[in-house]
Design a protein around this ligand. Structure first.
Ligand code: ZN
Length: 303
C-alpha cells in the first residue's frame, strides 16, 4: 500500500522525511541527514553491545565450537547448518534431534587422564581422533516452530513495495536479485552483479535492510574502492550506509550497531568513514526513493 503527497511518501506505518525538490538543496539536505545518521549510529556503537546481543552471546557460549578442519567437514556435508552438536549435547541444551535425521561426521578427540611428568598433576591428554556424529539445528524437532535465536528479531512487515522497487532498480544497474534458503544467520550474499537474499528473512524491513547492505557490497566493494580495506571496514561501510538510508526514509533499525561492532569497528572508525558512507548511501537512496534524482545518482559514490 503506497500513498504519495508532494513531499512525503507513506508506506505502511512509516513516513519518510520530506526531501527538498531543488537538486542543490536536496544534496545539502541529504549530506546533513547522512552526517546526523552516522553520528547517531556512532553514539549507539560507543555504548557497546546491546542487551539483546549480550544475551545472545551468553546463549551461544554454551554451544560447542569446532576446529577449522571440522568446520570444513560440516560445510561439505551440510552447508546450511547454523549450529551443530552431538545428540546428547543437544539434549542437554533442551533440544531433541528428530528421528531419522542424517548425521554429520566430524573428528572428535580421544582423551585420557595422564600424570604430567613435570608437575605430577593429572591432566587430559589427547591420544587420537575418532569420527563422531553431530546433528544440525535444522534437524531438531522444533526447528521450524522454535528456531535458534539470531541477532535479528522480527520487525513490522510493511515495506515490501520498497524491496520490490529496489530490486527493479538494481536490475537497471545490471544486478540480479534472487531468493534462496541461505544458512541461518546469513541474510544475504553479494557479487558484483548478483545479490542473493535469504528466504528465511522474517519480514520486509529486514529484507530491505539486507538488500541495501548487499547492494552496497555489489555496487561499491568489487574493484578499486575496496582495495586495502579490512573486512571490518567493508562491513561497516555496507551496514553504515544501509543504516543511513533506512534513517533517511524513516525506518528505525536497531541491529546495525551490534553488527558493526561484532566486526571490531569502533565509533571513531565509523565516523572516520563518513565520507565514503555518505557516498554509498546516496547511491543506495536512489534504489528506494520516490523519484531518483539524476544529479544525485551520478555523483561519484566512492569519494
Ligand atoms: Zn556484508
Amino acid at each position: 500500500m503506497e500513498t504519495q503527497t508532494a513531499e512525503r511518501v507513506t508506506i505502511g506505518s512509516y513516513t519518510t522525511f520530506p526531501v527538498p525538490k531543488e537538486p542543490k538543496a536536496r544534496e545539502e539536505h541529504f549530506e546533513l541527514l547522512a552526517a546526523t545518521a552516522i553520528d547517531m549510529l556512532a553514539a549507539e556503537l560507543s555504548k557497546g553491545y546491546s542487551e539483546g546481543f549480550l544475551k545472545l552471546l551468553h546463549y551461544y557460549a554454551r554451544y560447542p565450537t569446532y576446529s577449522a578442519r571440522n568446520r570444513l567437514l560440516i560445510m561439505l556435508q551440510r552447508p546450511e547448518a547454523y549450529r551443530v552438536a552431538g545428540y546428547v549435547k543437544w539434549q542437554s541444551l533442551g533440544k531433541q534431534v528428530e528421528k531419522g535425521s542424517k548425521a554429520i561426521w566430524v573428528w572428535s578427540p580421544l582423551r585420557k587422564k595422564q600424570e604430567d611428568a613435570v608437575t605430577g598433576e593429572m591432566t587430559d591428554r589427547i591420544y587420537g581422533y575418532k569420527l563422531s556424529a553431530v546433528f544440525a539445528d535444522a534437524d531438531l524437532e522444533d526447528a521450524k516452530t522454535n528456531p535458534l535465536p539470531t541477532i535479528w528479531s522480527p520487525l513490522p512487515d510493511d515495506v515490501q513495495p520498497l524491496v520490490d522497487r529496489a530490486i527493479e532498480r538494481l536490475k537497471d544497474e545490471g544486478i540480479t536479485v534472487t531468493y534462496k534458503p541461505l544458512k541461518t544467520g546469513v541474510q544475504g550474499t553479494a557479487t558484483k552483479d548478483r545479490i542473493t537474499l535469504s528466504t528465511k528473512i522474517s519480514d520486509s524491513r529486514h529484507r530491505l535492510a539486507s538488500l541495501l547492505h548487499e547492494s552496497a557490497h555489489s555496487m561499491c566493494h568489487f574493484g578499486e574502492t575496496a582495495k586495502g580495506k579490512t573486512d571490518g571496514q567493508i562491513e561497516a561501510e555496507a551496514e553504515g550506509s544501509c543504516w543511513v538510508v533506512l534513517h533517511c526514509i524513516g525506518i528505525p533499525y536497531s541491529f546495525s550497531a551490534d553488527y558493526i561492532r561484532s566486526h571490531g569497528i569502533t565509533a571513531d572508525q565509523l565516523r572516520a568513514s563518513l565520507t565514503v558512507i555518505g557516498g554509498i548511501s546516496r547511491c543506495l537512496l536512489k534504489l528506494v526513493e520516490d523519484e531518483p534524482n539524476k544529479e544525485l545518482v551520478d555523483n561519484n559514490y566512492a569519494a
